[in-house]
Each structure stands twice: as C-alpha cells, then as structure tokens.
Design a protein around this ligand. Structure first.
Ligand SMILES: Cc1cc2nc3c(=O)[nH]c(=O)nc-3n(C[C@H](O)[C@H](O)[C@H](O)COP(=O)(O)O)c2cc1C
Length: 330
C-alpha cells in the first residue's frame, strides 16, 4: 500500500484526485457516485453570479408581468429569488456533507465582488470545507487597463477573506499578460490554493448551415501542456497549494502534474467521458507507477521536476520552435 495522502487548498486529502466543478456534482446521487469511486474531494457545480441575476430578472418578470408600473416590487422579489437560488445551493452543501465523508467545496463563478459576497457566509455555515472562486472577466473593454482587471482579483480575495474562515481557492484562466506575476502575487495574498487552469466554453461555426454553435465541451488527453508548464514554473515559489486542472485523463498526466509540483489535481472531462470508475483506475495505476519507481508517498516525488529543481530550467521558458525549424531538413 502506497501513501497517496496530499493536500488541496491546504486541506488534508486521502489521494490527489479532486473532482472539479461541473454538473457531475450537482445532485446528491452524483456526489455519492464520485465519492464511492474514490474521489478525494468534490467541488460542487458553481453558482454563477450572472445566473443569480438572470434568474432573478426572468422569474420576477414572469411573475409580475414586469413593466414600469410595478418596478417598485422588483427589489423585494429580486432579493427573494436570489435567496431561493442560494438556499438550494446551501441545501446541496448540507446534504452532501451528510452523504459523504470527503471534503465538499463550494464554487462561485464571479467577475466582481459586489453581487455574491454576502452569500459566502451562508456557504461556510452550511458546512462547506472550502470555497473555490472561479474569477474571470472577458477583457473586451478597449479602455480597460490590465492593472484594473488584475485589481478585481485582489479585491475579491480581500473581501472574501475578511468574511470567511474556511480556505479560499482561486481558479484562474491562463489569459494574463504577466501570468507569472499574477500567480505569484495571488499565491501570497492569503488564499489557500490556486487552481491552474479553468476551461472555457468556446464558440464554433457550422459552415454548412451558417450557424454559430458551441465548440468542443470536453478537454482531450493532449490538452495538458499549458497547465504542466505553469504548474512547473509556479509551484516552487507559490505561497499556497498549486492545483493542476485541464486535460488530466490518465495516471501519466496525473504523475506529471505531481512531478511538476501540483499538490493535487482536478479532473472533469475524463469522468464525463469514461464515468467515475476512471478515478479508481487512475489511482491504481498511480500506485503501480510508485511501486515501479520505488517511491512510497506522494510527498517523496511531488515537485521533483518543477522548474526550480530541473537540470534544464530554460525548457519551461522556451515557447518558440526556433531550434526545431532551423535544424529541420525540408
Ligand atoms: C461540462 C462542464 C461543466 C463545467 N462546469 C463548471 C462550473 O460550473 N464551474 C467551474 O468553475 N468550472 C466548470 N467546468 C470547468 C472544469 O471544472 C475544469 O476546470 C475544466 O473542464 C478543465 O478540466 P478537464 O480538462 O479535466 O475537463 C466545467 C467543465 C465542463 C466540461
């Protein structure tokens, strides 16, 4: 038996596989299946800042036949509906905590600190072991300065940390001009973990029917390179747990993330594609690899190949194919 214990947002967990936020964990049935399959922790489906707003507007509009004459009721109903959305989420946390004995992490998708921060205490009171904030604002404002956009992240962390005592994790997108700087500063801002990276829904075109359609929903087994690079670069210097997310479909990629210095890994697409059993299969193969490579615990090899310890650290900073093309015979 190998020791697979590690950490996620500073919490002690029994193995490195955490189920990332998605519809997989939106019902108690789903949560139990994931726990039975061996997941070390589960991040619940996110509550969306916009979802809360949109649902409020739609329901209120329908209920009141919204027009200018009854706008004065809006604030009251707005508040009620928001509460209902949150109450359902709070119930899910409570029931999940009763149903399984692994950490349950709440998740909020947000792009500002205004709308939802007052809900954070309810999430903590309901028994969530930690909270993951998926922060992103598409930077399409042509007058927005990068520093203003970055400031939002730090403002959110400060406001949430003021209110909560449970660990706070930030799930980041890779789209910053100075990603290394942002990761480093956020990792020392009082958060307990950074999740690198989020995956976005994408837009595509159906060229036979001139339709705008949704792009590929799930990651593939080759989609891990950017995560690996940044986990490797940041894990050695970070002031909190670095959690890998994106394209982890088998034990090999899981091992790579741990070698790069990830404390743990979030998995989503592989579970959608192959079912919760993939968790047990990955753990079994991880143990077999540890046996083969003669290591007994995750701590023994975690970070062994991070940039700071690599014999060829410049590889992590090389992005262009200069050598490949200059030496390539056509
Ligand atoms: C169907 C689906 C739903 C998702 N829903 C959420 C969500 O509600 N909140 C969130 O933070 N991330 C969500 N994600 C992103 C995942 O948590 C994860 O970060 C991303 O898929 C990368 O991991 P993967 O390559 O293992 O899928 C979702 C992903 C998928 C595929």
């Amino acid at each position: 038996m190998k020791d697979l214990k590690t950490t996620y947002l500073g919490l002690s967990i029994k193995n490195p596989i955490v189920v990332g936020s998605s519809g997989l964990a939106s019902t108690i049935g789903g949560i139990k299946k994931l726990a039975n399959a061996g997941a070390a922790a589960i991040v619940l489906k996110s509550v969306f800042e916009e979802e809360i707003k949109a649902e409020a507007e739609q329901t209120v509009g329908q209920q009141l036949g919204m027009d200018e004459n009854n706008l004065e009721f809006y604030d009251y109903y707005d508040y009620q509906v928001k509460n209902e959305v949150l109450e359902n989420y709070v119930s899910l946390i409570r029931e999940a905590k009763e149903a399984v004995d692994i950490p349950i992490i709440a998740s909020i998708n947000c792009s500002s600190y205004s709308e939802w921060v007052s809900f954070a205490n309810k999430i903590e009171d309901a028994g969530a072991d930690a909270i993951e904030l998926n922060i992103f604002k598409l930077p399409f404002g042509i007058n927005d300065e990068a520093s203003e956009i970055e400031k939002v992240y730090f403002d959110i962390v400060r406001k949430v940390k003021e209110r909560l005592s449970i660990p706070v994790g930030i799930k980041l997108a890779p789209y910053f001009t100075n990603l290394g700087n942002v990761i480093n500063r956020l990792s020392h801002s009082g958060v307990s973990g950074l999740i690198l990276f989020n995956r976005f829904t994408s837009v595509d075109y159906d060229i036979e029917n001139d339709q705008v359609i949704t792009g590929k929903v799930y990651s593939g087994a080759d989609d891990y390179a950017n995560t690996l690079r940044w986990v490797s670069i940041s894990s050695n210097l970070a002031g909190c747990d670095i959690v890998a997310s994106g394209g982890i479909h088998d034990y090999r990629t899981l091992v790579k993330m741990l070698l790069a210095g990830a404390a743990s890994a979030e998995v989503v697409s592989a579970i959608y594609k192959e079912g919760p059993e993939v968790i047990g299969a990955m753990l079994k193969e991880l143990e077999a690899w540890m046996e083969r490579r003669n290591v007994n615990s995750i701590n023994e090899f975690k970070g062994r190949l991070c940039q700071g310890k690599a014999t060829n650290p410049e590889v992590f900073e090389r992005v262009q194919f200069m050598r490949y093309f200059s030496g390539h015979k056509h």
